[in-house]
Write a new protein. Structure first.
Ligand SMILES: C[S@@+](CC[C@H](N)C(=O)[O-])C[C@H]1O[C@@H](n2cnc3c(N)ncnc32)[C@H](O)[C@@H]1O
Length: 208
């Protein structure tokens, strides 16, 4: 696959630098990150290039997306071969058993609620104690007026699939709590997006 011919997401290109600024602040010097829903692979390539002491494991549920992710990251020695992973699977077969970070951007609202549950449980199974689950995207925050652009996006998602839509932050955090993950930081990023920083409780059970 030619590097000039890869699928490209303008949104992923725009949001990568502000997310990276937070990663640089939050992450220790080195570690292993497991990314879910890598999409075009732009985030994997951007972050792995900027954080060379980190190993990056891209994954995608959509098998047809894998070759482009691999092609985009081919020049980066710290990006592992792209793997197929559906967040709802249990177990997450073939994934590194212990990771420092699980990262996913713009997944929870473009998938049924089972993906949120699966992601939380899988992250709790694979994160080291006090490892971080980082979730980027738009959410509905109780008591905070939702931006008109996010309301329109939510309506459009629900038209495309009634099981999709922006997730209420409280419900997401409740699901996280059940899995043994607690909110450490809620960061406001540009264009009405949040970066949720969740930490695996030292005692979190790696149950189903
Ligand atoms: C809007 S794209 C986001 C891609 C990328 N993370 C980004 O920010 O540009 C949503 C991605 O979620 C993936 N996806 C959908 N359902 C999934 C699931 N059950 N498990 C893992 N990934 C899934 C899709 O294949 C798609 O690549």
């Amino acid at each position: 696959m030619s590097p000039d011919n890869l699928p490209f997401s303008p949104a992923a290109e725009r949001n990568a630098p502000p997310i990276l600024s937070e990663l640089e602040r939050l992450l220790p010097a080195r570690g292993l990150a497991l990314e879910l829903a890598s999409g075009t692979g732009q985030h994997a390539a951007h972050f792995a290039a900027a954080l060379p002491a980190w190993q990056w494991q891209p994954t995608e549920a959509e098998a047809t997306a894998l070759p482009a992710i691999a092609a985009r990251c081919r020049h980066l020695p710290n990006v592992r071969p792209t793997l197929r992973l559906d967040a709802t699977a249990n177990p997450w077969e073939g994934m590194p058993p212990e990771v420092d970070v699980v990262y996913s951007a713009n997944l929870l609202h473009i998938a049924p609620w089972a993906v949120t549950s699966g992601l939380m449980r899988g992250a709790a199974r694979h994160l080291k104690p006090q490892g971080l689950l980082l979730l980027y995207g738009p959410f509905i925050v109780e008591g905070v007026p939702t931006a008109p652009s996010n309301l329109a996006f939510d309506a459009d998602l629900k038209r495309r699939d009634p099981a999709w839509g922006l997730r209420p932050l409280a419900a997401v955090l409740e699901e996280a709590r059940h899995a043994g993950l607690r909110l450490r930081e809620r960061l406001q990023l540009p264009a009405n997006n949040l970066l949720l920083v969740l930490e695996r409780e030292p005692t979190a059970a790696a149950g189903p």
